[in-house]
Write a protein that binds this ligand. Structure first.
Ligand SMILES: C[S@@+](CC[C@H](N)C(=O)[O-])C[C@H]1O[C@@H](n2cnc3c(N)ncnc32)[C@H](O)[C@@H]1O
Length: 266
C-alpha cells in the first residue's frame, strides 16, 4: 500500500503549473481509466476517490480534477477506444452478442463472397458471416474487440481477417466487397466516408445498415446516428431494397428504441 502510494505521488506532478504537468495528469487518468471494469460508470469521480485513497491532498486533487474535467471535454474522442475496450473485456455483454437479425435476413439467399464488417466490435456479425462461408474482413479501433473477434473465430473454427484500425485511416478499396456491414457503427453519415463505403462495393454488392435513430433533431447529435429518412439520401446512389423506421428492441440498448434499417444494392 505504502509502495503504491509512493509510486503514484512520485509520478504525479507536485503542482499542476505547466502544459507538461497537465499532460501528465491527463495521461495518468487515461492509463487508469482504460484498466477499469465497465461497472465503473462515473470514472472521473472514481478516479478522484482513488487519488484520495492514495494519500493525495485535497488541494492537489482539486487541481487535477479541473484538468481532467476540461480535457474530458476537449479530448473526449481519445477515450472512445478505451470505453469500447472496457465494454468488450467485460464478462457480461451489454449488447446482443448474437448476429444482427437484419444482416441474417439480408444474406439468407445470397451466395457468399467477400464481406467487410465496419466497426466489427467483438465480431458477432463477422463470425456469423464466416460460418456461412463468407470471406470476412473486419476492423475496429478497439484492440479488445478485435482480440475477442479473433478468439470467437478460433472457437467457432472459422477464419477471418480482423484489424485494429480507425475508419479514418482504413483503405476501403474500390469495387472490393460483395457485402458491407454497418451494424451500430460510429461512422459519421457524411463525406468522405459514405462515398468511400459506396465505392468499395462491387456491382450487385449489398450494404446492410442498422442503428438507433436520432430523434433529438439537435445540431450536436452524434453524426453517426441517422435522422428520419437521412439514410435514403445518404445511400441514395444505391438501389434501396429495404428501408425501415421502426420502434423495436435494439442490439445495443436494453429497451425498445427507434431504429433505422436499410439494405441497399450497388
Ligand atoms: C456500438 S459498437 C458496434 C459494434 C458492432 N458493429 C456490433 O454491431 O456489435 C460501435 C463500434 O465502433 C467502434 N468505433 C467507434 N469509432 C471508431 C473509429 N473511429 N474507428 C474504428 N472503430 C470505431 C467501437 O470500438 C465499437 O466497437
Amino acid at each position: 500500500m505504502l509502495r503504491r502510494r509512493f509510486l503514484l505521488l512520485a509520478a504525479a506532478p507536485a503542482a499542476v503549473r505547466s502544459a507538461g504537468d497537465e499532460e501528465k495528469v491527463w495521461r495518468e487518468y487515461v492509463e487508469w481509466y482504460r484498466r477499469q471494469p465497465i461497472s465503473v460508470t462515473d470514472p472521473r469521480r472514481s478516479y478522484l476517490e482513488h487519488l484520495e485513497r492514495s494519500g493525495l491532498g485535497a488541494a492537489a486533487i482539486q487541481e487535477r480534477a479541473k484538468v481532467i474535467e476540461r480535457f474530458s471535454i476537449q479530448r473526449r474522442e481519445e477515450l472512445h477506444p478505451f470505453f469500447f475496450d472496457r465494454t468488450y473485456s467485460s464478462g457480461t455483454p451489454r449488447f446482443n452478442a448474437g448476429p444482427n437479425s437484419l444482416l441474417a435476413e439480408a444474406v439468407r439467399d445470397k451466395a457468399p463472397g467477400r464481406a467487410l464488417d465496419v466497426h466489427m466490435g467483438q465480431g458477432r456479425n463477422a463470425v456469423f458471416l464466416a460460418s456461412k462461408g463468407w470471406q470476412v474482413t473486419g476492423f475496429d479501433f478497439s484492440a479488445e474487440g478485435v482480440r475477442a473477434a479473433e478468439a470467437a473465430a478460433r472457437k467457432a473454427g472459422v477464419s477471418l481477417t480482423a484489424l485494429v484500425r480507425r475508419h479514418e485511416d482504413f483503405d476501403f478499396g474500390r469495387a472490393r466487397w460483395d457485402l458491407v456491414v454497418m451494424s451500430y457503427t460510429w461512422v459519421p453519415l457524411r463525406e468522405p466516408y459514405i462515398q468511400r463505403i459506396v465505392e468499395s462495393l462491387r456491382p450487385r454488392g449489398l450494404l446492410v445498415f442498422e442503428h438507433l435513430m436520432d430523434e433529438s433533431g439537435s445540431e450536436g447529435a452524434a453524426a453517426w446516428l441517422p435522422k428520419p429518412n437521412q439514410l435514403l439520401q445518404v445511400f441514395g446512389g444505391l438501389r434501396i431494397l429495404r428501408y425501415e423506421d421502426v420502434r423495436a428492441s435494439a442490439d445495443w440498448s436494453w429497451r425498445p428504441e427507434r431504429i433505422a434499417r436499410l439494405v441497399g444494392e450497388k
